[in-house]
Design a protein around this ligand. Sequence first.
Ligand SMILES: [Zn+2]
Ligand SMILES: [Zn+2]
Length: 338
Amino acid sequence: MDYSHTEKAMKVHRIFLPLLIIFSCATLKDAPLKDLPADREYVISVQRVIDSRLPSLTEAQFQDMLDRLQGYIREYLGYRVSFYLMGNQDLLMFSKSMDFSESAETMKALKNDLLDMDSPADHQRLRDYIFKLVSRTETKVLRRYVKDYDTFESREKLADHLYRQYVVKLKRIQNITTADGTPLNAPAYAETLTYPFWDMALMHLKNAHFIFTNTVMADMEVNIPIYVVLRYGVTTGMVEKNLYNSYRAAGILFTYPFLSADGFFVSERGEAIPPEELTDVIALYATHEFGHFLNHYKDYYDHDNCIMVAAMDLNYYQWYRLRKEKKCDLKHEKLKQF
Ligand SMILES: [Zn+2]
Ligand SMILES: [Zn+2]
């Protein structure tokens, strides 16, 4: 289940033990992550958080997805895990239960990067950020992931295109009409579409290690990776440091981009996900997040058929096919911190 560290140094220099304990408690938060030994089984507590307005996997489908995920974690990441499934929670209740007041400063810092779709100044910030991001991204990465890359006369033109596409398509996503007639970003739900909300939620998560939610993170912000720009602000999953559990990590997967029957997602997916493969596709995508969570792997951008390369568009079936076809055997560096 949870892992514990035994420092050889502590055994040898018993006299320093009390001192070392004080030192390690004070700095645990900032200490480099340690590799999880692969010779044991890890129990992962899973919490489903449900937006009742949106489609979600049935209980049987969800269990099937977890079984597949367990197999993929073994196959792609080399770890044996078992899942402990908590009771489902309603998204609005979950949102109410998250008290971020103890980290008000962190929340404020996170919100500095969150932009307001109605603010012209924030649009300029996004435009400037995308321009900088595109300027510093390697050509081989852009060529690989930007559709019709070679038709853009300059990086400026490309950045401008990506900015426009981002704002138009994000607006379209946020205004999707849900089952009860309200838009996806109805006031009660608006915050649950944003990075600061989920980043804080993961840092403060106490009852579970990993969340599966049927909503989506789709917001306008700066300091995001290129693949989020190419997906118009959509984040499919992430892993963040956790302040309480012994993995020192918590993760989340957003399933709306896989499950939405809205015309926008249907068309942006490009390839339909065959219904009989839906749980398998979601399980393999979740495996990417567990590559961060368990192996502490970084994201990669230029590996072929690599589980640690995130989807660069909303065609998740293509992403899945390429990783089922073969595996990446290149070396993967480890994060020292989430
Ligand atoms: Zn990733
Ligand atoms: Zn790779």
